[in-house]
Design a protein around this ligand. Structure first.
Ligand SMILES: [Zn+2]
Length: 397
């Protein structure tokens, strides 16, 4: 579980992702009365300043990720306060309804925030939501400058936060490690720009390219890729067939919030029994059906859709506050294949994750994934990863 104060201790020296930082920033708190012995801003050359900006924004992203799976519909945000080359405060947004990253970092820094540089992975907000605007908190704390990873695409923020800070005389730099910050909140940004949840298609293939209807051993154990996906995604779309016959996906990661189960029931008989749900966990699942259906256990929400298509499902999920959803594809002949029929042309799936299973599969039934569009297409930014012995290929559409 996340602690009430989302500040990690002990403070470990952050390591830059690529090249070492020009000067290793000391993470010790400023001694009372000053005495900073780190870099002095006045003597830093511009190149060094740029490197340090990137270094601290990467730390912001690292902090932000601590709340993966908890912040929707809000973005993940991290904040670092630095004065005289020393980190004096850190924070991240732990979950929707709780204070934002900047507030935690300012609390952590206390009075020493005056004249500090605030690094924040996403533009500070400038509106009254469930919490007061972070721009006001930064201005009140008298920070000297603010370095922003990327602007917030949310129309109620969209550069107004930056404007407000600049109008208050604070020096603001924008667009540091922007690609990393975009990637961090790809689901939030997608939802903001399209009104749909960001969808990732997951499946498993054998060494000879045959579809496999189950995940590999260890994948759903702590540290396994599936357990991690279940933690990071707000929801998992599965077929009613899978819900009837398999245990629903559960993340085994420490502190994980379990995803919402979105069960697609198409052409289902009037009764649907989901054995791995009980009355306590029923509220964590919804059934989307094309005809009225009684679901056991009671307590599972049922929505009968006029049109059973992925577009309306992803809009419905976005309206419920979900930013990201994993489409867990485990049966070729089932109803998910028809939902996915034109996912490329209709731009409904943003990412594909394929698990490669070290097995040569002989399959008597239907076994290929010939859906998605009318023509073949290449995937972008393809990466291969090995997680706990499982080989994964990931790519974007
Ligand atoms: Zn804020």
């Amino acid at each position: 579980m996340l602690s009430s104060s989302p500040i990690s201790r002990p403070r470990l020296a952050p390591r830059p992702a690529s090249a070492p930082a020009p000067t290793s920033p000391s993470r010790a708190r400023l001694a009372v009365g000053g005495g900073a012995r780190g870099l002095v801003a006045g003597v830093r050359c511009q190149a060094q300043a740029g490197d340090m900006d990137a270094h601290y924004i990467r730390r912001c992203v690292e902090l932000a990720r601590k709340a993966a799976g908890h912040t929707s519909p809000n973005p993940m945000v991290g904040c670092v306060l630095v004065r005289d080359g020393q980190v004096i405060g850190e924070g991240f947004h732990p979950k929707a309804g709780q204070p934002h990253a900047e507030v935690f970092a300012l609390r952590d820094a206390g009075d020493s925030a005056e004249n500090a540089t605030a690094y924040v992975s996403l533009e500070p907000c400038n509106h009254y939501g469930r919490t007061p605007p972070c721009t006001e908190a930064l201005i009140k704390a008298k920070v000297r400058e603010v370095v922003v990873g990327m602007t917030d695409p949310n129309p109620i923020v969209a550069s107004k936060g930056i404007e407000k800070l600049r109008n208050a005389g604070i020096d603001v730099r924008v667009g540091v490690e922007e690609a990393l910050c975009l990637r961090l909140n790809e689901a939030y940004i997608h939802r903001m720009l399209t009104g749909r949840a960001f969808a990732t298609l997951r499946t498993t293939l054998s060494m000879n390219g045959i579809f496999i209807n189950q995940i590999g051993s260890g994948a759903d154990q702590p540290g396994g890729y599936y357990s991690q996906l279940a933690k990071e995604y707000d929801g998992v779309i599965i077929s009613s067939e899978m819900a009837k016959t398999t245990t629903l996906p559960v993340s085994q990661e420490a502190g994980a919030k379990q995803p919402l189960y979105i069960i697609i029931a198409q052409g289902e008989s009037s009764k649907l029994h989901i054995p791995s749900l009980d009355e306590e966990t029923a509220a964590n699942a919804i059934v989307l059906s094309d005809s009225p259906v009684t679901v056991e256990p009671a307590g599972v929400g049922v929505s009968v859709l006029d049109q059973m298509n992925l577009d309306s499902i992803l809009q419905l999920l976005a309206d419920r506050g979900l930013c990201s959803v994993l489409v867990d594809f485990r049966d070729v002949g089932g109803c998910l294949a028809s939902l996915l029929n034109r996912f490329q042309e209709d731009k409904l799936v943003q990412k594909v994750v394929v698990e490669l299973s070290p097995v040569w599969m002989v399959s008597p039934g239907p076994n290929n994934l010939a859906f998605g569009g009318s023509e073949s297409f290449p995937l972008k930014n393809v990466e291969r990863r090995e997680v706990n012995g499982t080989l994964l290929l990931e790519g974007y559409l």
